[in-house]
Design a protein around this ligand. Structure first.
Ligand code: FPP
Length: 312
């Protein structure tokens, strides 16, 4: 709370917006010189606690959450992240009071309609929107809007925003198994063709996006809540920042990606060194001779004469 108050105070200083924009561009450009994750995923947790902390109506907490998502999205897109997934509504969330469910659904549709149809954000950023989840649970009026938005953005190739809605990983895995079994029954697939690729192709993702590089769950809760259980792999980084989602904005996103990029660089350097160790001196010479700091490998080592045996 103190941090937010301090930030609001600093933001009110004249000229702040200009300096802030300049600084953001500067640090984004630094980050772009290193590796950038292909797929980053967010559990947007803490909207209700945010509303409670600031004595706001619950609806306002979710509205601020949706605004924070736009900020985070812009940061990821500017850095060149190709795939982003957000946990917008878990199947478990159907247990919430109906007015809250309606608020989240209406907010989701209105925000997506705004960025895809009204302010042309999706067109300028070449952003596609795809829903992953059990569509049979989505009310008809919402589903129609969502399908219209998906169709409108379907040709965009640079970035994709996957919206997990209504979603749980266990449901996704079950759905994939069901699809595979029915394909085997129809003779479209043989049992020995079932592999990891097939399982992924039959997820709601339909084989897109691949593994997740960074998974962020805000608000300090350290649970996965049935999310990205398959997509997290041996190199995925899971972050649990102690920030409520509406407060998780540009700088938090930048910092998360910066840490990932730094460790990825170290990992890549390490892998390169290990690779070099396996190469012959001739191959090393061929690959690295134009590198500015390259020194020819010492293939034949003869010790310089010992002082004691040097003839005077
Ligand atoms: C979790 O916080 C948040 C949600 C269940 C809803 C998130 C949905 C949005 C922000 C709208 C999505 C909009 C688009 C465009 C995808 P919580 O309510 O569980 O908060 P708490 O942890 O404080 O209880």
């Amino acid at each position: 709370m103190m941090n937010t108050l301090l930030w609001n105070l600093i933001s009110a200083v004249p000229g702040f917006t200009y300096i802030d924009a300049f600084f953001k561009d500067f640090i984004k450009n630094i980050l772009k010189t290193g590796p950038i994750p292909n797929h980053i995923s967010f559990v947007m947790d803490g909207n209700r606690r945010f509303a409670k902390t600031w004595n706001l109506p619950l609806k306002e907490g979710h509205r601020r959450g949706a605004d924070a998502l736009m900020n985070v999205l812009q940061c990821c897109i500017d850095l060149g992240v190709k795939n982003m997934t957000v946990y917008a509504f878990s199947i478990e969330n159907f247990n919430r009071p109906q007015p809250e469910i309606d608020t989240i659904f209406d907010l989701l549709v209105s925000k997506l309609a705004y960025i895809s149809e009204d302010n042309e954000f999706c067109d300028t950023q070449k952003l596609r929107i795809k829903i992953i989840g059990d569509r049979s649970l989505i009310p008809e009026r919402i589903l129609q809007d969502i399908q219209r938005i998906e169709a409108k953005t379907s040709s965009h190739k640079d970035h994709t925003l996957f919206i997990a809605f209504p979603y749980t990983s266990r449901d996704d895995i079950t759905h994939s198994v069901r699809q595979i079994v029915s394909k085997v029954k129809d003779g479209q697939l043989k049992v020995d063709q079932i592999d990891e690729n097939q399982i992924e192709k039959n997820f709601y993702y339909e084989g897109e996006a691949g593994k997740v590089d960074i998974l962020v769950r805000t608000s300090g809760h350290t649970r996965l809540s049935d999310y990205m259980l398959w997509q997290c792999h041996q190199d995925s980084v899971i972050e649990f920042p102690n920030t409520l989602w509406p407060d998780y904005q540009f700088y938090s996103t930048w910092w998360t990606i910066f840490k990932w990029s730094y460790y990825k660089t170290l990992q890549l350097q390490d892998a390169e060194v290990m690779q070099i160790k396996k190469l012959s001196p001739e191959e090393i010479d061929r690959r690295y001779q134009h590198h500015p700091t390259y020194q020819k490998p010492i293939t034949e080592f003869t010790h310089p004469p010992y002082a004691s045996v040097v003839k005077k």
